[in-house]
Design a protein around this ligand. Sequence first.
Ligand code: SAH
Ligand code: SF4
Length: 352
Amino acid sequence: MCVFSSMSDMLIQLKDYSQIELEDWVKTQGEKAFRGRQLFQWIWQKGVGEFSEMTNLSKSLIQNLEQNCSLGLSTVHQVQTSETQGTSKFLIRLNDGKFIETVLIPEGKRVTVCLSSQVGCALDCDFCATGKMGLKRNLSSGEIVDQLLHARRFSDRPITNIVFMGMGEPFHNYNQVIKAANILNAELGFAHGARKITISTSGLVPQIRQFTEEGHRYKLAVSLNASDDYSRTKLMPINQKWNIADLVAACQEYTKTSSNMLTFEYVLMDGVNDNLGDARRLTQIANQVFCKVNVIPYNEVAENYKRPSNNRINNFLEALKGARFGVTVRWSQGDDIDAACGQLSTAVQDES
Ligand code: SAH
Ligand code: SF4
């Protein structure tokens, strides 16, 4: 290992600290707790990159920070912007040479950032490019929140919505994702409203229960993607562990306990889960939960799956009419630069 990397490994990564952890840490350095709050504010709210820019800290504290701490967790390696849709995809390099992707999606009044929670994903959903990478590692809370810092610097409009729908399964990295969401939500962090932060899960039942018990206000989305267990298991192997009935029960507990509506995501694939029988079964499932259904026409990444024709999509939507839940459709944003849902995959560029 080179001397430089071993030295930087020894530095304290302050971006991985919550506000309280920063307050505790400055106290160990003989400072008052409010210095920790100031640091937190400089790092996230003001987004400064150098300790010397933290003008309300004492010279001696700045010197200490410069010697022992780091704010360098990730850098933007490349940005691609879709000329037709305005979506930008950031290829972000982590300190160990691994890459993740983050997507900035301006659409109407909304500006949404889609965050990654892991490098790759272990869940191996058959239709998803990230799943084909396998899991390389979890992201730390700092690496998750740093993505927003990069997107905020780039965006010419304020960010209105944050979704954990990039690379990875957020609930497989539960603690770091919740810690990151808390920083996004914190007044001295990004002060981003909890109801404008959505966490999407493929359906990890124990973590859905934990999320319910802990009473988080972040929005929850669950990827259903099939209307019967046989097809769901083929598409999402996790269904062998927790099937649709288990998932529905956990979702019901969540909506009852929190009084919050949940979103079911349903990726529509030609000839796989898009016939009228599927629409009928989906209606039966979703009618049992206080939810809305977000239909996502498939973004083509795997050879064996295709996006249905607009005619088939519309027939499917028509068949959902009259159900108790609302239905939205997520037409692609950024598929021309491989930045749409399920297209994120960086295996080829890994430098680690
Ligand atoms: N792992 C989490 C969040 C990341 S995936 C999850 O699965 O929910 C975010 C969404 O993209 C999920 O609803 C997933 O089903 C969907 N998705 C994956 N591959 C896709 C593709 N090729 N086209 C459209 N949506 C896709
Ligand atoms: Fe992982 Fe979600 Fe892709 Fe499934 S759809 S492999 S859970 S990122």
